[in-house]
Design a protein around this ligand. Structure first.
Ligand SMILES: [Zn+2]
Ligand SMILES: [Zn+2]
Length: 371
């Protein structure tokens, strides 16, 4: 909520002045944007916390509906036109959904790379003169056209078999072994598409994943491929799930989690219950990429620390309380120029019935636009 309020000055000020309660502001920040802030602030002022909650829920339904419509529209608009043009060439034009487009682009890139490897292997030896212009490097557009032909041939050759679901779309990270163990070690950490990722990300992806070990010789050629193995075997994962019951990050407890090696296996950490803990996706990232630290103490308790080394406990210590909290709060408000009385946060509502459907139809920008 604090982050959302950073871009919502009107709601932030209304909260600071005591005009809107914390629960109203928290509800409104779930949907408010700088464009809709003003009208939602008016809702907060005019309505009770319960009404605000109902309107925000209706607003989110509208958002989801709009998103679903957008997805449906895209799905409906998928198309591929293939037709011969006047001079006997074939023209291809189409619109694909983003995830389908990603697969197509991945396939074209792979085919282009395979073709360029093939071309380099057949390269004319140095010293021979080339008279025929065909030895010129093809343009990107020409390469794409050749790649599409290779994709089609390969698809027909494989009998249109896309393979097992688990192997179809996977993120492949290439990372050198010494880099997994030490972020500062030289080496590469790249996604299959060539995008570089930070060492912390590849360590997280490798922490609880299927592992395929490939050995390369000095020239980078693959000499050996090991069997695909789960880093954490199923029986151990069940024991881990049974012991931890969910994310162990202080205050989290989310049920779905990933196995985290407290000492990474690339550092020689064993895959044993005592070296494993469950972390949800969010907190697995916190530990690998955001500088949070975690160790298991001698008494088997886990100890989490923030990036600044501060100890994180399950229940934070109570805030320091002045001897006379009411007087000191009044003094603080007076000093801040705040005048809070019994009616400051009273809504302008006069008791009329709330019609959520009508409220959304006049408030939500998408509903307003479609009226
Ligand atoms: Zn991990
Ligand atoms: Zn968590």
């Amino acid at each position: 909520m604090a982050r959302a309020l950073g871009s919502l000055p009107q709601l932030r000020e209304a909260l600071a002045r005591g005009e809107l309660s914390y629960s109203k502001v928290r509800a409104l920040t779930r949907v408010a944007t700088p464009e809709t802030e003003e009208r939602l602030l008016a809702v907060g002022r005019a309505r009770t916390a319960e009404h605000v909650e109902l309107i925000v829920r209706g607003w989110r339904r509208m958002d989801r509906k709009a998103e679903a419509q957008e997805t449906t529209r895209r799905h409906r608009n998928r198309a591929l036109h293939v037709y011969p043009d006047g001079d006997g060439m074939v023209v291809i034009r189409g619109r694909l959904e983003p995830e389908v487009g990603a697969v197509v682009m991945q396939a074209l890139t792979a085919a282009r790379e395979a073709l360029s490897r093939r071309r380099r292997a057949e390269d004319v030896p140095a010293g021979t003169s080339v008279v025929d212009g065909s030895a010129e490097a093809p343009t990107m557009e020409q390469q794409q056209a050749d790649a599409l032909a290779l994709v089609a041939e390969a698809a027909l050759h494989r009998g249109m078999d896309p393979g097992a679901p688990g192997e179809r779309y996977q993120v492949v990270v290439h990372v050198d072994a010494q880099m997994l163990a030490d972020a500062d070690a030289p080496g590469q950490s790249v996604l299959d598409g060539g995008a570089r990722v930070p060492a912390g990300t590849s360590r997280r992806l490798a922490c609880d994943a299927s592992r395929v070990v490939m050995r390369h010789d000095a020239d980078g050629r693959i000499t050996e491929v090991g069997a695909r193995t789960r880093t954490i075997p199923p029986a151990l994962r069940r024991a881990l799930q049974h012991r931890d019951k969910g994310c162990r990050f202080p205050g989290c407890g989310r049920l779905l989690g990933q196995g985290h090696h407290i000492r990474h296996w690339a550092h020689g950490g064993p895959t044993t219950l005592s070296n494993l803990t469950m972390l949800c996706r969010r907190h697995h990232r916190a530990v690998h990429e955001e500088g949070f630290q975690l160790e298991r103490l001698a008494d088997d308790e886990l100890c989490f620390r923030g990036p600044d080394g501060r100890l994180l406990s399950d229940v934070p210590p109570p805030a320091a309380m002045p001897a006379n909290p009411v007087d000191s709060l009044r003094a603080q408000n007076d000093a801040g120029g705040l005048h809070i009385d019994a009616r400051t946060s009273t809504p302008g509502w006069h008791g009329e019935r709330l019609d959520v459907g009508y409220a959304i139809s006049v408030l939500h920008p998408l509903a307003v636009a479609s009226r």
